[in-house]
Design a protein around this ligand. Structure first.
Ligand SMILES: NCc1[nH]cc(CCC(=O)O)c1CC(=O)O
Length: 346
């Protein structure tokens, strides 16, 4: 049976954000491939514990991804759509990342009471986020705000500001854009202050590796987006081998004098934001062969991350900044312990 004659079953989580993302990909597939599509709702372990009101503090994002992949491997669905930043860096057996559609604006945003920006919030204001990356960067800004852990879907988090429980929350702009709630944004954060999570704003379209769909789905792949997220995730994968600290990364393609160039910025912070290693690098991209961009991107991310580890990025949480005996910029330790492969959910 050719792909043109089958109905493509697309797995989705049940949240508004997830169903909106999956429907977006379904529309792309109908449009580009002329296929019929059907959304199939999958309840994940993470959704169940959120419904039960239990906290998922420190949970790995794999929770949200595995149930969809299981449905894929079982043949219950043909395609799974994820927020790319929620995917663990390790590839999954039997599963292909068949397409990365064009990315949304990857930046983080503030949703604060009374239209306020971060800088306008009085000291002692409460700012909600469940992301160690956002918490560390908020602390690093030195605003004197109180960073409070929050869990739950985008609506739940917005509700904490509406109800007055929190003064502000920090969220991905892309999530709000997808559910058409950009009206609540009071500040878009400059990546200089808040580097997004690797892959933020991008979608991952997966299918079984042995399915002919792998080739067909290339129709919704965006080469520049794939290269950018490949660089970010390659840096993340390399850094995870040496640390479990919060990581922000953002890559972009700019037109240089000699042709397109890939730019990558990465930050690793101590959990409390008091220490950080920040680096950027660029690499030229071959104009004649965009398919080679991904390889160049992976190499750039890995080499930048290696440099950062050599600078002590893997030891930020081991250093006590208040102890004059420990240097603020720890020297490289070739024997650093392997960190966990956990990717935090945001
Ligand atoms: N953390 C969960 C999550 N996973 C993807 C998004 C938003 C969409 C995206 O970043 O692609 C969000 C919400 C958020 O971080 O505000």
């Amino acid at each position: 049976m050719t792909t043109a004659t089958r109905t493509i079953r697309i797995a989705t989580r049940r949240s508004l954000l997830a169903t909106t993302q999956s429907e977006h990909v379904a529309a792309l597939l109908r449009d580009r491939l002329g296929v019929a599509t059907e959304l199939v709702e999958i309840t994940t372990e993470g959704d169940r514990s959120q419904q039960a009101g239990t906290s998922l503090v420190g949970s790995s994002t794999g929770v949200f991804v595995n149930a969809l992949r299981d449905a894929l491997l079982a043949g219950d669905v043909d395609v799974a759509v994820h927020s790319l930043k929620d995917l663990p860096t390790l590839p999954a057996e039997g599963i292909a990342l068949a397409a990365v559609p064009p990315r949304e604006d990857p930046r983080d945003v503030v949703v604060a009471r009374d239209g306020l920006t971060l800088g306008e919030l009085p000291a002692g204001s409460t700012v909600g986020t469940g992301s160690p990356r956002r918490a560390a960067q908020l602390h690093a800004l030195g605003l004197g705000v109180d960073v409070v852990g929050v869990r739950g879907n985008v609506d739940t988090r917005l509700g904490k500001v509406t109800s007055g429980e929190l003064d502000a929350v920090v969220l991905a702009r892309a999530g709000l854009a997808r559910i058409d709630r950009l009206d609540v944004v009071t500040e878009v954060l400059d990546p200089l202050q808040m580097l997004p999570a690797p892959g933020q704003g991008a979608l991952a379209v997966e299918c079984r590796a042995d399915d002919a769909l792998v080739e067909a789905l290339a129709a919704v792949d965006d080469v520049p987006t794939r290269a950018a997220v490949a660089a970010e995730r390659s840096a993340l994968a390399t850094l995870e081998g040496g640390c479990s600290a919060p990581i922000g990364a953002l890559a972009d393609i700019a037109e240089g004098e000699e042709g397109p160039e890939l730019w990558l910025r990465v930050v690793v912070l101590s959990t409390d934001g008091s220490l950080s290693v920040r680096r950027s690098a660029s690499a030229p991209l071959a104009t004649d062969d965009p398919q080679r961009w991904e390889d160049a991107a992976v190499a750039l991310g890995a080499s930048l991350a290696e440099e950062m580890l050599a600078e002590g990025a893997g030891r930020l949480d081991e250093t006590d900044p208040h102890d004059p005996a420990t240097p603020p910029n720890p020297s490289p330790d070739p024997a650093h312990e392997a960190g966990s492969a956990e990717v935090h959910n945001a």
